[in-house]
Design a protein around this ligand. Sequence first.
Ligand code: LLP
Length: 450
Amino acid sequence: MILEPVSAPPLTYADILPPGAARSPEDHLLIAGCDTVELARSYGTPLYVYDENCLRKACGEFKTAFAKRYPETDIVYAGKAYMGVALLRLLAEQGLGLDVVSGGELAIAMAAGFPAERIFFHGNNKSRGELEEALTAGVGHIVIDNFLEIRLLEEIALARSLRQPALIRISPGVDPHTHVKTTTGITDTKFGFTLEGGQALEAVRQVLATPSIELAGFHFHLGSPVFSTTPYTEAIGVAAKFAGEVKDQYGFEGSRFSPGGGFAIRYTEEDEPPTIDEYAESITAALRADWAGRGLALPRLSVEPGRAIVGRAGVALYTVGAEKQVTGLRRYVSVDGGMTDNIRPALYDSRYVALLANRTGQNEQVVTIAGKFCESGDILIRDASIDDPVAGDVLAVPASGAYGLAMASNYNSATRPAVVFVRDGEARLVRRRETYDDLLSLEVAGTGEV
Ligand code: LLP
């Protein structure tokens, strides 16, 4: 008898999962050669699996796309998308910079040994303590967001006899047409100095008159995710006009410019984000043309991708549990995670796809994947097309690497998931699952008898 060679079944969502994901001959989902069903067994679920090569590939794509068009570019990872020591070490090795927005993010960066001079400290209400921590750490740039910050930074830098490099954040008044909760560059926003009414010009005047602050240039961030390159082009035009006014008025020309982050990724088959090359082309072409058009010297460029570095690399694994059929309406299938490890669907109506990790199945169904937390809004995917899930199946949600864990909470006293990095068939635990002891560890009232 001739045995048929065992061939692996085809993989769905191959261009949303990390590149190289596959199905094994026993029909399990493989990420970087690691069997996700085994990972779920070994580390429990919910589990966040990051493909290291996919992270490196994203860094490489950004570096190449910008370097070939505009060699004076720094790729600065926006840590808010996902922070962790292992990740930061990998990104530091890749030569990336880092955007932090809090003392907490800075502390993690320092613990990871991230080079402080490559750090940009953002935020619309940095405290005196945070600014002191930043200057103690020696961060490369503070991104000044408001007038109070100019005074605080002046005092702190003066006390240390420092001249602290800084960018000024402007709000260009350009709508990136993304979710209203993640739109930042419009005029009605809490971030940055408004151009209209001369607020941003006044900020420049004040900073230039402050010897303990060295103005390096300007920054804006439009929103996230931005599924088109047009808002960048438009806002760069606005920034160039402003930079021209600054030159005319104060004779100052910035040496650095940052159009922020916001680069979109694919979450579903309907999403068609621009490629990294397309973003790079639009940004660098606009920068060259608009700066030259106003007779300005070309600045060093920094771009701040968060989602586009970590989003595709991360796959969330859940175990399927209870289900409920609402006759004629909907089939709810619950998993062991939900809004505490991924609040994006509840907060922004974000869409994801899902597939079974432990089998392909033959019977595609439309089901609603629900989380396990006590809110009706705790729905991970409404109307997911998936092969008939049953209790015990392992469910994989691709494109979960950005703003899932980063926004995770202990709501319902949930213990936050473990994180595993995978590469060439090897897995390493980089963050353990939280325990009940972790939940109790901050209770200073003590535990035991009342
Ligand atoms: N730079 C600045 C100043 C930012 O505020 C942000 C994101 C980024 C860079 C990075 O944007 P990215 O490349 O990751 O799109 N929680 C929301 C996203 C909020 C983003 C806030 N700022 C979400 O889950 O979609």
